[in-house]
Design a protein around this ligand. Structure first.
Ligand code: DHK
Length: 147
């Protein structure tokens, strides 16, 4: 743990429902499966990964604020807040922590309201459409960013 760079994996609304929620779109794995895989993959990359999920915009904002000075990077699946929230990108700007935007599904192949993200202009990069595997890809990318 000592010397490991800290990365926060943050999941937003309805991602606690993974496994039950529209499995054809989001996959059959649970959030617990994803979080366990993130911890394992982070360990292999020398990253100390903390995973959190909230259905509440303000709680996500608070955790992003707290990441300032305490986390080296953030992997963020903001769920539907991606398309609606101004407070979350404001918090990311204030936190000054590099982040990767992530979506399990290919949002560009879905409804038009999912095509716009308030986060994308601020993100180091965006991963979407690879399902749960996207979290490992994001951690790989974050390890390189932080190297
Ligand atoms: C998850 C959600 O909950 C949706 O609101 C987004 C994203 C897409 C995902 O693909 O992980 O539109």
């Amino acid at each position: 743990m000592a010397g490991q760079k800290k990365v926060l994996v943050l999941n937003g609304p309805n991602l606690n429902m993974l496994g039950m929620r529209e499995p054809a779109i989001y996959g059959s794995g649970t959030l617990a499966d994803i979080e366990a895989a993130c911890a394992r993959h982070g360990e292999a990359l020398g990253l100390a990964v903390t995973c959190r999920q909230s259905n509440h915009e303000g709680e996500l904002v608070t955790w992003i604020q707290e990441a300032r000075g305490s986390q080296a990077g953030i992997v963020l699946n903001a769920g539907a807040y991606t398309h609606t929230s101004i407070a979350i990108p404001d918090a990311l700007t204030a936190a000054e922590v590099p982040f990767i935007e992530l979506h399990l599904s290919n949002v560009f192949a879905r409804e038009e309201f999912r095509h716009h993200s308030w986060l994308s202009p601020l993100a180091k990069g965006i991963i979407c459409g690879f399902g749960a595997k996207g979290y490992s890809l994001a951690l790989d990318a974050m390890a390189e960013i932080l190297d």
